[in-house]
Design a protein around this ligand. Structure first.
Ligand code: VG1
Ligand code: CO
Length: 542
């Protein structure tokens, strides 16, 4: 039986950088999830009888939200839904399953790296038929619909058993509960030299992979330990927990500190890696050798041809605007196009679909390729493993070689979290108002060459995205970028991205803090960060 339920709009259902993210208690309001999911369906055409994919990162509310999505999908006329066992599917796995089974689209239930639990965060993201996040045209339509919605359609049906693999039924619609890992593991095996990586582990190579009590636990256990033969214990924190064990599942130097200490401690493993809540991010640390995500993107692009899936080379590279220019140097050397997009994976989808690029990345620990339409944490670790297996050398040596060839982009990101929204807006407004006066100004870090608010013209559909971050470019190629986060759920987060290029003939072994100190001082001066925020230091440095 299907009911049409009357409802009234919630005015705060605006998707951000990556879907709708709010506190769990916001999502728990009656009609809240239903309104959003119905608004997604109301913004789409032609899905009657088609397949939908649903999965999440296992956080608090995941199972309940999945049952709700199933009832709405049935009432709205979908023919079939594929759901990960236990409600578990990583973001890249959802992307792959959509593509592999020709689904109409899918929902990822996750707030990614944000904490989980009854007092923490939840999220819903809709992906389209190419497997990637809905583009802005779709998220804008969804938001408009959430502000006008007056009814939703929902089936009356009991919960299905999410743990039992196999077919079930919700009000006449087929639901197939699928193995969360199998399709994805098969894809990885098609891209990488598994025998070579197996031999690496058999030789005693040690990986420590921190799944952060989040979605990549089952993927890591199956792929690294069961299939590739890494010893038990390679994967730590490998069981997805609804509250991620009270941690932030954010693979950075603050929240993955234990991993960092292990890699910089005595008897360190050869490679340390971690992924986030929904499995799309990756952190890479060699023995005594942290790799910035921007550098990791450059190294993966430069060495991708060593993996079977990329043996004929890559077509191009895309990076988000705040990501360092390290990948640009690789693109230039390889004679490949380099695209600079706004922050968020949704901007890579068109470039990948058009075959303009093969590898994409963001400074926020996201790298991926044309194999799916999301960033992919396990994929990045496997590509590193494949490269290490072929080059038969360590991470630190690979980095030193890379910088000796291309020069080094010293880089850091400073986050000022939980700033009152009006204060953060005032800082950005003042910066934007000063843009015209900046060129020619002399600072602690040298003279400013240009300053602008980044705008992106999508070369495939000519769509324009404005106000994507303030860029201040210095005469020596150094750069400061300021933007506000679009994924937080409390106040505002100011992100300051700092970059300085050192040519290969320069000093490639400086401490990052020292290399960036003059730029950090200039940023303070130009934006009056402490004056606006009342904070004298960032809350997180990555
Ligand atoms: C952040 C990152 C961005 C990333 C986004 C989603 O967005 O900066 O690079 O694409 O999170 O990642 P923002 O707007 O807070 O800066 V995830 O792993 O949360 O899906
Ligand atoms: Co994520």
């Amino acid at each position: 039986m299907t009911d049409s339920v009357q409802t009234t709009p919630f005015l705060d259902q605006k998707p951000g950088t990556s879907g709708l993210r709010k506190k769990v208690r916001v999502f728990q309001q009656p009609h809240y999830i239903e309104n959003f999911v119905q608004s997604v369906f109301d913004s789409l055409d032609g899905f009657a009888g088609k397949t939908l994919v649903v999965g999440g990162d296992g956080r608090y509310l995941n199972r309940e939200a999945i049952q709700t999505v199933l009832r709405l999908a049935a009432a709205n006329g979908f023919g079939r839904v594929l759901v990960g066992q236990g409600g578990i599917l990583s973001t890249p796995a959802v992307s792959h399953v959509i593509r592999k089974y020709g689904a109409f689209g899918g929902f990822v239930l996750s707030a990614s790296h944000n904490p989980g639990g009854p007092d923490e965060d939840f999220g819903i993201k809709y992906n389209i038929g190419n497997g990637g996040p809905a583009p802005e045209s779709v998220t804008d339509a969804i938001y408009a619909r959430t502000r006008a919605i007056d009814r939703y359609r929902i089936a009356t049906a009991p919960d299905i058993d999410l743990d039992a693999i196999g077919a079930a039924e919700v009000a006449g619609m087929t639901v197939e509960v699928i193995d969360s890992v199998a399709d994805y593991a098969e894809l990885m095996e098609s891209l990488f030299d598994f025998p070579a990586i197996k031999a690496l582990f058999a030789d005693g190579f040690r990986l420590s992979f921190d799944a952060m009590n989040a979605v990549t636990g089952p993927y890591g256990h199956r792929i690294f330990e069961e299939i590739l033969g890494a010893p038990a214990g390679t994967v730590v924190n490998g069981t997805p927990l609804p509250d991620f064990g009270h941690h932030h599942p954010d693979p950075n130097l603050v929240h993955a500190k234990e991993l960092y200490d292990r890699l910089y401690g005595p008897d360190a493993p050869d490679l340390g890696a971690a992924s986030d809540g929904d499995g799309d991010r990756n952190l890479i640390i060699g023995r005594n050798s942290y790799v910035t995500p921007s550098d990791s993107l450059a190294v993966l692009a430069a060495n991708a041809h060593l993996a079977p899936g990329y043996k004929d080379g890559i077509d191009g590279i895309a990076r988000s605007m705040p990501t360092s220019g390290a990948a640009d140097r690789v693109a230039e050397a390889l004679g490949l196009p380099l695209y600079e997009t706004p922050t968020g994976w949704k901007f890579f989808g068109n470039l990948l679909d058009a075959g303009l690029v093969t590898i994409c990345g963001e400074e926020s620990a996201g790298t991926g390729s044309s194999h799916v339409r999301e960033k992919d944490g396990i994929w990045a670790v496997l590509l590193w493993l494949n490269i290490l297996a072929v080059r038969k050398t360590g991470v630190a040596e690979i980095m030193a070689d890379h910088w000796a060839l291309y020069g080094r982009n010293y880089y850091a990101r400073h986050d000022y979290e939980a700033v009152a929204s009006d204060r953060a807006d005032a800082l950005m407004a003042a910066l934007r108002a000063s843009l015209d006066t900046l060129p020619g100004r002399v600072t602690a870090a040298g003279t400013i060459a240009t300053a602008d608010d980044f705008a992106y013209l999508d070369p495939t559909d000519q769509s324009v995205s404005n106000r994507q971050g303030v860029r201040i470019l210095f005469e020596d190629g150094s750069r400061l970028v300021f933007r506000l986060s679009g994924t937080g759920t409390e106040g505002a987060t100011i992100r300051l991205y700092i970059e300085r290029y050192e040519p290969k003939t320069g000093d490639l072994a400086q401490a990052v803090d020292d290399a960036l100190a003059p730029l950090i001082a200039a940023a303070q001066d130009l934006a009056d960060i402490s004056g606006h925020t009342g904070m004298d230091a960032p809350t997180v440095i990555t």
